[in-house]
Design a binder for this molecule. Structure first.
Ligand code: ADP
Length: 895
């Protein structure tokens, strides 16, 4: 109560003793207005002051009750009692909460009118106060009261109850009006205070919401920058803990296909426990983490008991790990499209009731985190896809670069868009030169075909290994096989992919195989040399050469062109290019020669090849190929060599065949000669025997000695002749069997020549042949006496035999290392064409009718001379005479 009011009313003033006057009532109302308007006071204090204004002026006690927000209860918020001793009693009397829907209060609130409650039973009051106050209740029974409504804006906010002692006067109308005025003013003030409080609360919660929003915006802004899941975890946990005022936080992620939630980030007080116990949580485990993920809904644990109650095992594990689980926590699923990718945990230091705003805020935070996570995942997927695409591109580019086949991409009008290194190599144009240009390398004659093919590709027809001809930059034709396909790049017109393989070499080798197979057949067709030579010459014409020449080397070393073939000219050139010098060199060296025709040539560009004809490592001839139509290269040379190998075999076969036939002819000739030769001495002997027998019959006394001597001479000569023939045959078989053993000794060849010559004296005399010996002295050496005797005998007997009784000259000369015997006659001589084969078996240069003999003597002589390391040679002129020369080393070289 204010002092001014108190002084005015005075201490002894009692209600009822004297009803307040009008000005006192106005003063009371003014005081009440002042108290109610005092903004420095809190509403409960205002109510207390109001009650104090009422008591004791208008009643012995008063109580102000306000209705609960839900309108069901009335609670006492202020009370006053006139005397200190009754205050406690009164307080306990009005303390109980009243139901708002029964009793006088309900009536007052419903009607909005004050209600006079004249009498309350003491017994009834007794129930309301503690026993210790029952005595007081006897003295001051609050049995009469006036209940007034607290009215504001047409609503009842509560009641003001004023009691009077039983003895006091009842409330007069003025007092009641005054009290109602006070009650209304109090209600108005309360209403204003409530509105103000409500407005302040609204402002506060708006501030809280704005604060949260700001924090959320910060987190969201940061999340929008984040590109990876770990970074999302970091931002949302670190920022989130601060934003929601948590003591710790954690972030678990479930990778697709993984049966566990893995901890990506944790922070705060629980970090150690979380990373220790919950770094990987199997999804089937029972925990708020997994439950929030499995069910995609938040798991709120507002008290420590909630954890124990719902997840007892987990609570036990937390206790074991660290001792105290957080008093409250929430696991928020990171859901995208109804599926949780992980969960976000916040732990709090206090038990906490999450109100709707808070829940909404936390769920929004989790939602943003989930979105960021989904974005990060998409980004990762996209990055992976991009990387895979890049890799695929690179691989494809590498394949195209490394491809041995030419790969090209052309527009349907033939403009080149891709040209790989193999294409550069194959056609000779670089990518820079052809990209954007019309495809080069298509010969004029193939242009139409090329455009037809392109049209076909545009219509979906493809080429698969089709063979055609293209052209190198230098004009060389290229045999190719090509594959095509239509490709449709996204957003562009269809193009033609071409893969081209150079099959020139394959074609050439197939052609070569075919050619060689054909050549084999042609070469095998005849064994006649002449025929074979003609075939050989014509094999490569005109396919590989315009002109072909076949050259053979004579025994004399002379090289002759024996056959030619010419594509254009019916009359073959005598000696085709490259001429005898080159051919001779090729035969001598056994190495082929190639003139590709690419080099500048004064006589026009002309390519030629010369390859040796070889058998058993010995070159006996050569083939030449000439063309002016193209270049020759290594492959042509290879083919020519292969052809030459086959031709050489065919020629060798023809030669062997000819020699075999010759041998057969010789053998037959020999047999007839041999039978004749062997028979001749026997016939002579027979004749002598018969002559002697006839003479003996005619003159039994005896045959005259001269006559007998003549016959015996003939017999001896024939026997010698017979022996010589048989010995020759024996020598042949010995030599052929390789059993010609030499018996070397030191000899004087001059002495031996003289000895043999002496043996020939009767023969020389008989035939009237003069013999001249010119013998150098000292013709010493180590030789086989008997074999040399045989050689000299043969040469002398031939000189006498074919010498036409003309003089025979034997000359012996010496050098330091060798000796030489020349037997020269002036007889029939030998035709040049026979000279080379005289020293062969059975070879003879005369007819057996005119001259006897096996044709073996010279062959045997050669074998023997050569066995002693020497040589034998002949020079002769037909009808002039012959000279046979034997040269012997003084000592036979070893080996
Ligand atoms: P033959 O027993 O037939 O004489 P050779 O081997 O001694 O056999 O001689 C071979 C051939 O060489 C003879 O048939 C002959 O034609 C020829 N011939 C050898 N020596 C002479 C010579 N001095 N003058 C001419 N021809 C000769």
């Amino acid at each position: 109560m204010s002092r001014s009011a108190a002084s005015r009313w005075g201490e002894p003033w009692q209600y009822g003793a004297q009803a307040p006057e009008v000005e006192e009532r106005l003063a009371l109302l003014a005081e009440a207005s002042r108290v109610l308007a005092d903004v420095s006071l809190e509403p409960p204090a205002v109510m207390e002051r109001l009650c104090e204004l009422v008591v004791p002026l208008l009643g012995a006690a008063c109580a102000l009750r306000l209705m609960s927000e839900d309108g069901r209860w009335l609670r006492t918020v202020a009370s006053a009692s006139a005397t200190p001793e009754t205050r406690l009693l009164f307080q306990s009397l009005v303390a109980p909460v009243l139901r708002a829907d029964e009793g006088p209060s309900a009536e007052v609130l419903r009607s909005g009118q004050a209600l006079w409650v004249p009498r309350l039973e003491v017994e009834e009051l007794r129930r309301l106060v503690p026993p210790q106050h029952h005595g007081l209740l006897e003295r001051i029974p609050f049995t009469r009261s006036l209940v007034l409504p607290l009215r504001a804006r047409g609503r009842g906010l509560g009641t003001l109850t004023v009691w009077r002692e039983p003895a006091a006067a009842p409330f007069e109308a003025g007092e009641q009006l005054l009290l109602q005025e006070l009650a209304d003013r109090a209600a108005l003030a309360l209403d204003v205070a409530r509105l103000y409080a409500a407005e302040r609360r609204a402002r506060q919660s708006a501030e809280v919401a704005a604060g949260r929003l700001a924090r959320l915006q910060r987190v969201t802004a940061e999340l929008s920058q984040v590109l990876t899941a770990p970074r999302v975890a970091e931002v949302v946990v670190d920022q989130g803990v601060e934003a929601v005022g948590a003591r710790g936080g954690g972030f678990w992620l479930v990778e697709p296909g993984d049966g566990q939630a893995r901890l990506l980030r944790c922070t705060g007080e629980d970090a150690r426990m979380l990373s220790g116990v919950f770094s990987a949580v199997p999804l089937e485990q029972c925990s708020p983490i997994t439950e929030s993920i499995r069910e995609a809904r938040p798991v709120w644990l507002e008290t420590p008991d909630a954890l124990v109650q719902h997840f007892p095992e987990l609570a036990a594990r937390c206790r074991m790990a660290q001792g105290n689980a957080a008093p409250s926590s929430v696991c928020l699923p990171l859901s995208v499209d109804g599926r949780a990718l992980g969960t976000l945990l916040f732990t709090f230091s206090e038990p906490r009731v999450f109100d709707d705003d808070e829940r909404a805020f936390l769920e929004l935070l989790a939602h943003h985190a989930a979105q960021a996570l989904a974005r990060a995942r998409l980004l990762e997927q996209e990055q992976r896809a991009r990387a895979a695409l890049r890799e695929a591109h690179q691989t494809l580019a590498a394949i195209i670069q490394a491809s041995p086949a030419a790969i090209m991409l052309v527009d349907m009008d033939g403009t080149v868009r891709l040209w790989n290194p193999a294409a550069e190599r194959m056609f000779g144009w670089t990518a820079d030169e052809v990209l954007g240009q019309v495809l080069p390398g298509v010969p004029e004659s193939r242009r139409e075909e090329f455009h037809r093919d392109l049209e076909g590709v545009a219509q979906g027809r493809v080429l698969s290994g089709a063979e055609t001809v293209r052209q190198h930059r230098d004009g060389t034709p290229i045999q190719v096989a090509q594959w095509t396909a239509r490709v449709c790049p996204p957003g562009g017109p269809a193009q033609c992919l071409g893969i081209v393989v150079d099959v020139t070499e394959r074609q050439r080798s197939e052609d070569a195989q075919r050619f060689l197979a054909g050549a084999g057949g042609v070469l095998a067709a005849s064994l006649e040399q002449e025929q074979t030579l003609k075939h050989v010459a014509h094999l490569a014409v005109p396919e590989y050469a315009e002109t072909c020449g076949v050259f053979l080397s004579e025994e004399t070393g002379e090289v002759r062109c024996v056959a030619t073939a010419d594509a254009d000219d019916a009359v073959p050139r005598v000696i085709p290019v490259p001429g005898l010098d080159v051919v001779s060199q090729v035969i001598a060296s056994g190495e082929p020669a190639l003139h590709t025709g690419q080099e500048e040539d004064t006589a026009g560009t002309c390519a030629w090849l010369c390859v040796p004809l070889q058998v058993r490592g010995q070159a006996f001839g050569a083939l030449t190929f000439v063309t002016s139509r193209r270049h020759y290269d290594a492959r042509d040379l290879e083919l020519a060599q292969e052809l030459a190998r086959r031709a050489a075999l065919a020629l060798d076969n023809a030669r062997l065949y000819r020699e075999a036939r010759q041998a057969i002819r010789l053998r037959e000739e020999f047999l007839s000669i041999a039978s004749h030769e062997l028979k001749t001495p026997i016939s002579a002997l027979q004749l002598q025997v018969q002559t002697l027998q006839a003479a003996l019959t005619r003159s039994p006394s005896g045959i005259p000695a001269p006559r007998l001597q003549r016959s015996l001479d003939v017999v001896e000569r024939q026997l010698k002749r017979q022996t010589q023939l048989v010995n020759e045959l024996l020598d042949v078989s010995r030599i052929s069997a390789g059993r010609l053993d030499l018996c070397l000794e030191s000899l004087d060849l001059g002495a031996l020549v003289r000895e043999v010559a002496e043996r020939f004296e009767p023969e020389l005399a008989r035939t009237g042949t003069p013999l001249e010996l010119v013998l150098a002295p000292g013709a010493l050496g180590r030789w086989d006496r008997l074999r040399l005797d045989q050689v000299l005998t043969n040469l002398l007997s031939n000189a006498v035999k074919y010498g036409r009784s003309q003089p025979v000259h034997v000359e012996l000369t010496t050098t330091d290392t060798c000796v030489r015997v020349a037997v020269r006659d002036e007889g029939i001589g030998i035709a040049a064409e026979h000279l080379s084969r005289l020293f062969h078996r059975f070879e003879r240069a005369v007819s057996e009718r005119n001259y006897g003999g096996f044709g073996l003597g010279l062959w045997i002589a050669r074998q023997m001379v050569e066995a002693m390391g020497g040589s034998i040679a002949v020079s002769s002129n037909l009808g002039v005479g012959s000279t046979f020369t034997v040269e012997l080393p003084r000592t036979r070289a070893e080996g």
